[in-house]
Structures are given as structure tokens and as C-alpha cells.
Design a protein. Structure first.
Length: 297
């Protein structure tokens, strides 16, 4: 019977918050456990002067954590699911997705209460290809500026005047008690989020059956289904941080409702698709919606 669990996590305040949330849930289910955090620095945390698409993609945020799993220096790793590559290394698996937080993007600014209030030439910071495309489509008069780093670093860029506003994930600000900086929530009806946004996942070695069963108690079934469907779209379309792509699934009347858009990297076309289907096989459902996108349906 395992008594000790070591959690690999990034060292940013948000990542530590997420790891502590997993720890709290583990102790709720199994108070006898000894749970410790193993904070690590990833390449994604170090390389801040270049876009992720130019230096290896979002996998830079998870490789060191996954290496700790392979080397036996940690038992599980905790991630923001939107940062987890669509193809996991052989031997690793996502064992649980916690109850999902807010999925929306939000607008942060010291001087403007909404994106529509920003004048021509105003500068909005984001390094996301998805957010950049949405800004260009909906607010072509706004200039996009690459801003990377943890939440505090990006807020500093805004408050110091480097940019006039930021687009960030609502969940990160809410979890860090920074919601007071939010000027506007960008509703999914008009502004679809990234696949897996707002969700926390737990990764482990796929052959560790005992731990897999233990971690499985943390899984939130609806969040698992919606995130699985969204990630299936990105995987089918070879989505990465350099490809503008959005996907958002909800459960309505016991069925999955999945909406997604994608900028075809070959043609430059902006394509949108949505469908409703069974909850039984969310990965297959997501692949079907991805095929609709690919064919322009």
C-alpha cells in the first residue's frame, strides 16, 4: 500500500496552487497519505523572449515534470490541461481531470473597461496564436504584442505601461485571488477558449496501476469528457501553440455540444464547426468534429 506521493509541479504561483489543490483532494480521500511537492523549473519558464511556437511549443512546460516521472523522482505531475501536448510520451497517461474551473479568457487593463473601448493603435499583450487571431478578426484596430511569463510577470507588463491591456485565462486570475484586475469576461459564444482551458490534469506512469486507481478518485467525469473531446480536435488537426485553434465542449441534455474553429495552415481559411453527440466516446466525437473542420463543413 503506497503511503507517500510526490507531486512534480512547476514553480510558478499558479502551478503551485494547482498542485496544492490536487494534494488537498488526495488527503480528503486518503488522510493517511504523505503528500509532498517537487517544484521544478521548466524550459518554458526560462525562455521568455521568444514565442513558444519557435522554441518547441507548449511541451516545454511539461518535459521536465515528465522526466521526473520517468526517473522515479516524482509519482505524479500536475498540469494545466491547455499546456499538455496532444500526444503524451509512451509510458505516461492522464489519470484524472479535476472539476473544471472558468473556461473564459478575460481582458485586463488599467485604462479601459472592455476591448471595444480601446482606440486605434492600443496595444494588447498575448503570445497565443488563437487570441491574436480573435483580436485581429474582432478588433483589427488593436495591435497585438507578444507577452509571456507567469501571471504576475504579465500583469507587471500591463501595469508598467508596456501594453495597454492583456488577454489572460480567467481561471488563473481567479485561483490566485486576482479577479479584481478583470475588466471583462470574453464569453465563449463569441470568443471560444483553448482546448482544456480551465482544467487541471494529473499525469503518471501508465503501468502504476495502484496509483492510477488512487488518482482516479479525483476525476470529474463531465470535465474528463469535455476536455477529452476538445483535445481530440486539436490532436486530429495537429494543433499546437503556433496553430490558431479553439474548442469548447459542454454537456446539455446529457449530450456533448462541441464547438470549434481552426485556421487552416495551408489555405489560411477560418473554419467553424459545431455538433451535438453522445457522451460515450468523447474522443471519437471530437475527431468527427475535427473532420468537419478539415473539410469545411
Amino acid at each position: 500500500m503506497r503511503n507517500d506521493i510526490r507531486i512534480a509541479t512547476r514553480q510558478s504561483p499558479l502551478a503551485l496552487w494547482q498542485a496544492e489543490a490536487v494534494k488537498a483532494q488526495l488527503l480528503h480521500h486518503s488522510p493517511e497519505l504523505r503528500v509532498t511537492l517537487v517544484p521544478l523549473v521548466t524550459h518554458g519558464d526560462i525562455i521568455l523572449d521568444r514565442s513558444l511556437s519557435k522554441v518547441g511549443g507548449k511541451g516545454l512546460f511539461v518535459k521536465e515534470l515528465e522526466h521526473a516521472l520517468f526517473e522515479g523522482n516524482a509519482d505524479i505531475a500536475v498540469h494545466s490541461m491547455k499546456d499538455v501536448p496532444m500526444h503524451l510520451p509512451d509510458g505516461l497517461a492522464i489519470a484524472a481531470i479535476l472539476s473544471r474551473g472558468s473556461v473564459e479568457d478575460v481582458f485586463v487593463s488599467q485604462h479601459y473597461t472592455s476591448l471595444k473601448d480601446m482606440p486605434a493603435g492600443a496595444r494588447v499583450g498575448t503570445s497565443s496564436a488563437r487570441r491574436k487571431l480573435l483580436l485581429q478578426k474582432n478588433y483589427p484596430h488593436i495591435e497585438c504584442v507578444d507577452v509571456r511569463g507567469n501571471v504576475a510577470t504579465r500583469l507587471d507588463k500591463c501595469f508598467s505601461g508596456h501594453v495597454d491591456g492583456l488577454i489572460l485565462a480567467a481561471a488563473g486570475l481567479e485561483r490566485l485571488n486576482l479577479s479584481n484586475h478583470i475588466q471583462e469576461y470574453l464569453h465563449p459564444d463569441d470568443w471560444l477558449p483553448a482546448p482544456g482551458q480551465g482544467a487541471i490534469g494529473v499525469e503518471l506512469r501508465s503501468d502504476d496501476t495502484e496509483l492510477k486507481n488512487l488518482i482516479g478518485r479525483l476525476n470529474h467525469q463531465e470535465s474528463w469528457e469535455t476536455v477529452t473531446a476538445e483535445r481530440a480536435i486539436s490532436r486530429a488537426l495537429n494543433g499546437g501553440c503556433g496553430v490558431p485553434l479553439a474548442a469548447y465542449a459542454v454537456i446539455e441534455d446529457n449530450r456533448l455540444w462541441l464547438r470549434a474553429w481552426w485556421e487552416n495552415p495551408t489555405t489560411g481559411q477560418y473554419l467553424f464547426s459545431q455538433a451535438k453527440g453522445s457522451r460515450d466516446f468523447p474522443d471519437i466525437f471530437g475527431e468527427k468534429v475535427a473532420e468537419n473542420l478539415r473539410s469545411g463543413r
